[in-house]
Design a protein around this ligand. Structure first.
Ligand code: ATP
Length: 394
């Protein structure tokens, strides 16, 4: 294996990352099954997916801590991993912040940060600059155990950026923090990463975290990247039913295409479709809870109320096959058992899955798409049921 050293970019610009067709197994089934991903210079990309889907393995392969079975990793114009190349982790110019931060408890803050620095650089200066960047100046001589969780995380980040890496990799950067601290540390890190302008990939299983921090989000499941796009695109146009349910709350309504196929007939009335579907085809449409509103009167009944402070979610029984979640307003306006009417206020909806057309034939579906007939509505919570497939293939 060749162990060539990546050359530093004389312009010191941010570096692109190119990951191609990575496969990896640890003896059992594939943990990564042909993953490709491009990260633009200076971009912040979140790898989002449920536990065990292969996120950390992919991050470790980019860092050189794991060798894939096949595939290629490039940073800038340099191949770091391929069938014939495997650059050692310490020579990749990649900074990594581990899930547990991996600080040496017996070393001071300054010594932790200096740990990975080569002897050729001015270590004192680099440590000072890195600590200033994460706003920990003056804490050089403290031991990690005397710092708060947020401060320890920033030491780990300072250690990762001190060697001035091309790329920063963060594995579940907030998992060690309690909820209250997490929001503050997340905002601080967000600002810091933008200021640094360094190409960053971070792993999370938390959709909110991925959407808040990520310029783009790569949604993974079972060793595949299912969709890589801007958060708003993923939320509004999830590539399949599983992604739709994983990146937020989703109501899936049974629907039939009507007229010219640009509209779907549902239990909530006609809804416009993002893409036309053959008239008569049955499928499901995605309706986000915040795209529904309630008015007094009507035949639907409020079953449950969930008060979140910034908004209220109503679980509404529409008919025997249809129960929906509605996110409407900050203050609760209705009580349990109130009769209400539902109004759709959102944009055109995305259709998933195929079913029988009116004349009994099966509507065309992309490879792997489900042909099961749709029977009702399911409010799918994040992370459940990796079942359905997309009728639209974006
Ligand atoms: P989590 O969010 O729980 O960390 P993940 O998406 O990061 O999950 P990975 O850590 O990449 O998932 O693990 C993917 C799968 O590969 C898991 O089933 C895990 O048990 C397995 N795995 C990872 N590393 C090894 C290893 N060194 N030896 C054997 N199996 C491994």
């Amino acid at each position: 294996m060749n162990d060539s050293v990546p050359t530093a970019d004389p312009t010191n610009g941010a570096a692109p990352i190119r990951v191609r067709d990575i496969t990896k197994s640890f003896g059992g089934g594939p943990v990564l099954a042909g993953v490709s991903l491009d990260v633009s210079p200076g971009e912040l990309v979140a790898l989002l997916g449920p536990s065990g889907c292969g996120k950390t393995t992919l991050l470790r392969i980019i860092a050189g801590l794991e060798v894939p079975d096949t595939g290629e990793v490039m940073v800038r114009d340099t191949v770091l991993t391929s069938a014939s190349v495997n650059v050692a982790p310490e020579r990749r110019q990649v900074g990594m912040v581990f899930q547990d931060w991996a600080l040496f408890p017996h070393l001071t803050v300054a010594k932790n940060v200096a740990y990975g620095l080569s002897r050729e650089v001015n270590r004192t200066e680099r440590v000072r600059d890195a600590l200033a960047m994460v706003e920990l100046d003056g804490l050089d001589d403290r031991l990690p155990s005397t710092l708060s969780g947020g401060q320890q995380q920033r030491v780990a980040l300072a250690r990762a950026i001190a060697p001035q890496p091309d790329v920063l990799l963060l594995d579940e950067p907030f998992s060690n923090l309690d909820t209250a601290l997490r929001v503050q540390v997340r905002a601080d890190l967000h600002r810091l990463l933008i200021d640094l302008g360094i190409t960053t990939v971070f792993v999370t299983h938390d959709q909110e975290e991925a959407f808040i921090l990520g310029d783009r989000v790569a949604v993974m499941n079972a060793g595949h990247v299912l969709q890589a796009a801007a958060p708003a695109e993923i939320y509004r146009h999830p590539v399949d039913r599983w992604v739709a349910g994983f990146v937020g709350e989703a109501n899936f309504l049974a629907a039939v295409a009507t007229g010219t196929g640009t509209s779907a007939s549902t239990s909530l009335g006609p809804l416009p479709l993002v893409e036309p579907v053959d008239a008569g085809t049955s499928f499901e449409v995605l309706v986000r809870p915040e795209d529904l509103d309630l008015e007094p009167g009507g035949d639907a009944v409020v079953e449950l109320i969930e008060f979140y402070g910034h908004d209220t979610v109503y679980v509404v029984h529409v008919d025997d096959a249809t129960t929906v979640r509605v996110r409407a307003g900050a203050a609760p306006r209705f009580g349990r058992r109130d009769q209400v009417a539902l109004r759709y206020t959102g944009p055109a909806v995305v259709a998933y899955g195929t079913g029988e057309t009116a004349n009994g034939s099966i509507a065309a579906a992309p490879p792997g798409a489900s042909t099961a007939a749709v029977t009702g509505v399911h409010a799918v919570e994040a992370g459940l049921d990796p079942g359905g497939e997309a009728i639209t293939d974006r």
